[in-house]
Design a protein around this ligand. Structure first.
Ligand SMILES: Nc1nc2c(ncn2[C@@H]2O[C@H](COP(=O)(O)OP(=O)(O)O)[C@@H](O)[C@H]2O)c(=O)[nH]1
Ligand SMILES: [Mg+2]
Length: 236
């Protein structure tokens, strides 16, 4: 017989994690923290062929790409946050995965749009980028960094045109609006809604390195891209 004076035991809360179990954000950030330099290549055909999911980071010079990669991986120097924009012309690959077992790679593609870069280099960049985005077989997703104070630039639009057919075919796509700390709340909301219209089926998130805005959301999305069902963590 049950003792009616005892308070009823609380029903389990579906989303609550059991003691000792890590939250999805902790899992995702722990995974990103394993990032280590894999290789660098001046051109696409020097990149090793890989069979793990690859996530590429692209964006205009100075958009905050290196800072975002360093923040997400919680490493100060992984991606070089350059004082001289336009200097990083190589494709850099970083391996991800616990216990040294690579289960995904991050690709840091050269920044574009830096005015002082010679025209010849700009053309070369466009070819490298277009080649990579169109032909990289294990490419799973693209993260486009965009400074919302400037919005999508012409070069961002060119890139969008290149990737749109692949996004339509199922390639994952996220626009990260960087430096959100520079915007008021309403400016941030406006930038989000405008960019969502431009992102053609991709996701859009606000991000700030100093304020740590959006870090957990971006981390969890990348984790899910690299770990499709059934190993997906429960939704928060
Ligand atoms: N306020 C603010 N500044 C940022 C943020 N992310 C990057 N920056 C600054 O923007 C400049 C360019 O950043 P960097 O990461 O080198 O851009 P990249 O050229 O796209 O790799 C640097 O001066 C950074 O300190 C951010 O979230 N907030
Ligand atoms: Mg950089």
């Amino acid at each position: 017989m049950t003792n009616s004076t005892n308070p009823p035991s609380k029903p389990p809360i579906a989303a609550a994690s059991t003691p000792g179990e890590k939250s999805p954000a902790t899992v995702a950030l722990g995974w990103l923290h394993t990032a280590r330099f894999l290789t660098t290549a001046p051109q696409l055909h020097f990149l090793p062929e890989l069979d793990v999911p690859e996530i590429a980071f692209v964006g205009r010079s100075n958009a905050g790409k290196s800072t975002c990669i360093n923040t997400l991986t919680q490493q100060k120097q992984l991606a070089f946050a350059s004082k001289k924009p336009g200097r990083t012309q190589h494709i850099n690959l970083f391996a991800l995965g616990k216990q040294g077992i690579t289960d995904a790679v991050l690709t840091d593609l050269p920044g574009y749009g830096y005015a002082a870069v010679p025209k010849q280099d700009k053309i070369r960049w466009q070819q490298v980028m277009a080649n990579y985005l169109v032909s990289r077989k294990n490419l799973q997703g693209i993260v486009l960094m965009c400074d919302p104070r400037h919005g999508m630039t012409e070069l961002d639009e060119i890139l969008l045109d290149v990737i749109r057919p692949r996004v339509a075919e199922g390639l994952k796509f996220l626009v990260v609006l960087t430096k959100a700390d520079k915007l008021t709340r309403s400016e941030g909301a406006k930038a989000l809604s405008i960019t969502k219209l431009q992102a053609g089926g991709g996701e859009v998130m606000l991000f700030s390195a100093p304020k740590r805005t959006g870090i957990e959301d971006v981390a969890q999305l990348l984790w899910r891209w690299a770990h499709p069902e059934p190993s997906q963590p429960p939704a928060p």
